[in-house]
Design a binder for this molecule. Structure first.
Ligand code: GLA
Length: 722
């Protein structure tokens, strides 16, 4: 049984894949966490685990040491609460007791919020546990879904005010899970613009280790993900407990050791930028967190996330379709283009076999630099005399798809939209409106702003007949206290913005179901599960340097599948790093994501054009494998020597090994790389004619010789009979 309730012991066991999760209702009706880890048989988890906690009389209070499933304030818990509510009397005491539960097949959607889903009831089982505070009349429902094939657990919480007084939610976590002991390493993904999602791994320590965003976006700086792993865990072995948040706004993730030295892993709203007023009869739903346990190291964890996010978070027409090879004009022309220039790049792209032309920033209003026109989504006829439809027709006539960049959540002070609606941006009366990249943020918490964006962007889509949209968002929020809300609700602005944005994205993507949407935020400033629910791919980083990308794509793959990552070949010297790498290397790196180009193809040498053409053909041949195959990290680029990863198809009949030499070192042996997920008894033909047994490739490995800085090799292995 995926979800078992043992009525006598009052123990719930949720099991799927190789993972189980256990809960216990104490005789007093408190909900305690029992277990999260390797799969156990039903009934194998006993309440002893919760009872084994020492209960002390005064210092420290018992409550501070107990494995609460939902720690709250005011009755002896002194850690970070998973739910903090200020009631009408002004105190924060909550006394939540078990009031009932429901177990059912499948998974319900979260209204207005992105979430993983089950297509068939048999894919998942769900449990809802009601906890009640009878004094306040509050009902808290903890929502669990276990995905049967992977054992991933989707967690969220709904708070209903069934009382007669208004209360204020001060903080709310989607998950807060205690783990035995604190001998763990913490893993998170840190970065900045142009160097997103570097893997940070550090011993947990005895305090609270927190990462967060208060930017109103998940951010370049931290990703809404955190994992604890055994200190000995590797990419391939050892226990890993991870949490990823299906949300695109501010968040707070932490790994904290309690007074007894036990750990707690949490993910939820950041209390510094969030409160929520709950009137009688109202309910608040938290976003969802996805808990993944693997005993097969970091790759084991990532592979669970990849499959789940690729198949049961991403949605729509493009979810299972091969993504087109694209050319984007941003790094080719920036704002300075004419229709002729665009068409010359498109013609060259078509000759190379590229399938989609994407017109980036600068096609609308008076936008010749980044000072103006965001919000005025009407075509600039000086640049495109035939309008968007004229250009799109010409691109379509070449046999290519047509795509377009938009930045719908923003407004330039120099725009007709701003002149007409100066109050539509996030602002606070009497304060300066903080600009970044010369732009302000539209107040997406307001219904009329949401309607404007839906109408304007739908018109652009209709007029252009675009097949693809790059949905950008190039600055973070300031003055995030909407004047359209009463003062006591202004701290709700950031979350209401996200709900408004999700509503807009749902409306537009539903109206244009065949359009491929790619999200972007100054590169990867909003690379999260929330965005992937609406748009199946994300522009990974504005940094297109091949060597920098090794690190960025490697880190991104901790949580997100390769088919979610936009990866483009750009010009050298690289515009962000100034580095010069070979065309072959740039292509070999971009093959690890949704392959595309972002340079002036008309300016390439004949030799580079040849490489590009050959690589487009190769991507055509391999993208079934790279977009849906199992992705395994083999060598981390961290030491700046080598990097390697591998894709394998479901049947283990094909594998692509990608190896990169970062900096060359004299007088070293060729590197030996062991591959994974092959059939040990099968023979594999390498493209260069060599034949290996699966066992040899996995247990002994193969040597790869790469000399010279920034060199690379990708080798396809195909299973054969002899
Ligand atoms: C952001 C994006 C880039 C490009 C520019 C256009 O920085 O990340 O890819 O679209 O905006 O202004």
């Amino acid at each position: 049984m995926p979800i078992d309730y043992h009525a006598e012991k009052r123990v719930f066991t949720l099991s799927g894949g190789e993972c189980s999760y256990g809960l216990h209702i104490t005789p007093e009706g408190q909900l305690m966490h029992l277990y999260w880890g390797r799969r156990v048989p039903d009934g194998a988890i006993t309440p002893h685990l919760a009872q084994d906690y020492p209960v002390q009389a005064s210092f420290d209070l018992a409550a501070n040491c107990l494995p609460w499933e939902l720690p709250t304030l005011g009755q002896g818990w002194y850690g970070t609460p998973a739910l903090d509510i200020r009631n009408a009397a002004g105190d924060h005491v909550l006394q939540l007791r078990y009031a009932g539960h429901r177990i059912y097949a499948g998974k319900k959607p979260l209204e207005g919020l992105p979430a993983v889903y089950a297509e068939q009831e048999r894919e998942a089982d769900s449990l809802e546990i009601d906890l009640q505070d009878s004094l306040l009349g509050l009902q808290v429902t903890l929502q669990y879904t276990v995905l049967n094939d992977s054992g991933a657990v989707a967690r969220s919480m709904r708070v209903c005010n069934a009382g007669s007084e208004t209360v204020q939610i001060m903080s709310a976590a989607a998950a807060s899970v205690p783990l035995w002991g604190s001998d763990y390493d913490v893993i998170h993904l840190k970065g900045a613009w142009g160097r997103e999602r570097a893997v940070i791994r550090t011993p947990m320590g005895q305090g609270e280790y927190a990462v967060f965003s208060r930017r109103g976006a998940s951010g370049h700086e931290e990703n809404p993900f955190m994992a604890l792993c055994e200190p000995s865990a590797t990419e391939h072995t050892g226990g890993v407990w991870a949490v990823s948040y299906i949300y695109s706004g501010s968040f707070y993730a932490s790994a904290a050791a309690d007074v007894l030295g036990n750990a707690r892993l949490s993910m939820g709203m950041d209390a510094r930028v969030f409160t929520w007023q709950l009137r009688p009869g109202e309910a608040f739903q938290t976003p969802e967190a996805i808990l993944v346990y693997s005993h097969q190291g970091l790759n084991g964890m990532s592979q669970i996330y990849h499959r789940l996010y690729r198949l049961r978070l991403a949605r729509g027409w493009w979810r299972d379709r091969q993504r087109p090879v694209l050319i984007n004009n941003w790094e080719a022309t920036y704002f300075d283009f004419t229709e002729d220039k665009i068409l010359s790049i498109a013609r060259q792209a078509h000759a190379l076999g590229i399938e989609l032309f994407v017109l980036d920033d600068g096609w609308f209003g008076d936008r010749n630099d980044d000072h103006t026109s965001l919000g005025d989504w009407t075509v600039n006829r000086k640049k495109l005399p035939g309008g968007l439809s004229g250009l799109a027709e010409k691109i379509h006539a070449m046999g290519m798809l047509f795509g377009l960049w938009v930045e719908p959540e923003m407004i330039s002070p120099d725009s007709d939209l701003y002149r007409a609606h100066p109050d539509w941006c996030l602002h606070v009366a009497g304060r300066e409106r903080t600009e970044a990249r010369h732009q302000l943020v539209l107040d997406m918490s307001r219904a009329e702003v949401q309607e404007y964006v839906i109408t304007a962007i739908s018109a652009v889509l209709r007029e252009s007949g675009a097949d693809y949209i790059k949905w950008d968002m190039n600055r973070n929020m300031t003055e995030y206290f909407s004047p359209a809300l009463p003062p006591e609700r202004r701290m709700e602005t950031q979350h209401r913005y996200m709900l408004g944005l999700y509503r807009v994205l749902e409306a537009i993507t539903a109206s244009f179901p065949r359009v491929l949407f790619e999200s972007c935020s100054g590169g990867g400033g909003r690379f999260d599960g929330g965005m992937l629910f609406y748009m199946p791919q994300t522009w990974t980083s504005d940094n297109t340097d091949a060597m920098a990308r090794l690190q960025i794509q490697y880190g991104t793959s901790m949580v997100y599948p390769a088919c979610a990552m936009g990866a483009h070949v750009s010009a050298v010297p690289n515009h962000q790093c100034g580095r010069v790498t070979a065309m072959q290397t740039r292509c070999d790196v971009a093959i690890g994501g949704n392959f595309g180009f972002e340079l002036d193809l008309t300016a390439l040498s004949a030799e580079d054009l040849d490489v590009a053409k050959r690589m487009v053909r190769r991507v055509n041949q391999l993208r079934g494998l790279t977009q849906t195959g199992k992705f395994t990290r083999l060598i981390s680029p961290e030491k700046h020597e080598y990097a390697a990863w591998q894709f394998t198809d479901e049947e283990k009949s094909q594998a692509l090994l990608c190896v990169y030499r970062i900096l060359s070192v004299a007088n070293t042996a060729p590197i030996r790389i062991r591959m994974y997920h092959l059939n040990p008894d099968a023979l594999y033909h390498a493209e260069d004619g060599r034949v290996f047994s699966g066992a040899e490739l996995m247990y002994q490995g193969m040597t790869v010789t790469l000399t010279g800085d920034f060199s690379s090799q990708t080798i396809l292995f195909s299973q054969s009979e002899s």
